[in-house]
Write a protein that binds this ligand. Structure first.
Ligand code: KIV
Length: 283
């Protein structure tokens, strides 16, 4: 079993200093976490994307701290070597510092080693309070899915000079407040390169081009389990949806044709018991 990956292991990793890029994938349950961990990733994100790829919602706004804690606990039971980061859901870190700390504590007690939250300067008091309470925080900038209504949809961010400079400033502010890494989602590759150069901590890109210090994708996209929307930045490495439908169709067909189960797929009684049953005419 590989050594447990820790927050200090991640915080120092910058590709510009010669480090290997970081790898993060999502997982929401024990089999998913086992697969991701055996693939040797550095970090597992229990993302609020669970809302869309597992629970069938249209956006991430529907999940609660209880939902994320439930999925985090399932991931943590696998005791992965990868660092477990749990997403703080919408409205779990917006109301007060006390509320933010209590909600983050629920996720840490469920088994996460760090939490992730979305947004820039407006989140600084919450980030500082979490860090002061010894809860490591990963930031999330650019296309922040919890802002879907404010952004008018899932739209690429940072497309003009001012927006790009704002992202650089937001990243610096999050680093100053104590974030150990930042996810940067849905921004032009050039802007991601600027942010990555400006930030002292690793920038983990998703739809942010190749210059980041690492990459994260949603596992259901990588595996082809999520078929409905395939964003441009997703590379699909398998088609498990089709493989699953084929396997289940084969099962249905075997049941209907009477070839499942076979004799060997059932249990036997001892001969003496069969004979005893025979005494009563049951065969
Ligand atoms: O919830 C999630 O899966 C995420 C990733 C897209 C970074 O936040």
């Amino acid at each position: 079993m590989a050594n447990k990956c820790t927050v200090p292991d991640i915080r120092d990793r910058k590709v510009a200093r010669g480090d290997n890029p970081l790898v993060m994938l999502t997982a929401y349950d024990a089999p998913g976490a086992r697969m991701v961990d055996q693939a040797g990733v550095d970090m597992i994100l229990v993302g609020d994307s669970v809302a869309m790829v597992v629970l069938g919602y249209e956006d991430t706004l529907q999940v609660t701290v209880g939902d994320i804690a439930h999925h985090t606990a399932a991931v943590a039971r696998v005791r992965p070597s990868a660092l477990v980061v749990a997403d703080m859901p919408w409205m779990s870190y917006h109301l007060s510092i006390e509320d933010t700390l209590n909600n983050a504590a629920l996720l840490i007690r469920a088994g996460a080693q760090a939490v992730k939250l979305e947004g820039g300067q407006r989140r600084i008091p919450m980030v500082e309070a979490l860090v002061a309470a010894e809860i490591p925080v990963m930031g999330h900038l650019g296309l922040t899915p919890q802002s879907v209504n404010a952004m008018g949809g899932f739209k690429v961010q940072g497309r003009n000079l001012q927006a790009a400079l704002d992202l650089v400033e937001a990243a610096k502010a999050l680093v100053y407040a104590g974030c150990f890494a930042i996810v940067l989602e849905g921004v032009p590759s050039l802007v991601a390169a600027m942010v990555t150069e400006a930030a002292e901590v690793p920038i983990i890109g998703i739809g942010a081009g190749p210059s980041c210090d690492g990459q994260v994708l949603v596992s259901h996209d990588v595996l082809g389990l999520e078929q409905r929307v395939v964003p441009k930045f997703v590379r699909r490495y398998a088609d498990l949806h089709t493989a699953g439908v084929d396997a289940m169709s084969a099962f249905a067909s075997d049941v209907r044709s009477g070839t499942f189960p076979s004799v060997d797929e059932g249990y036997r009684m001892a001969e003496a018991e069969v004979e005893a049953l025979g005494l009563y005419g049951v065969a």
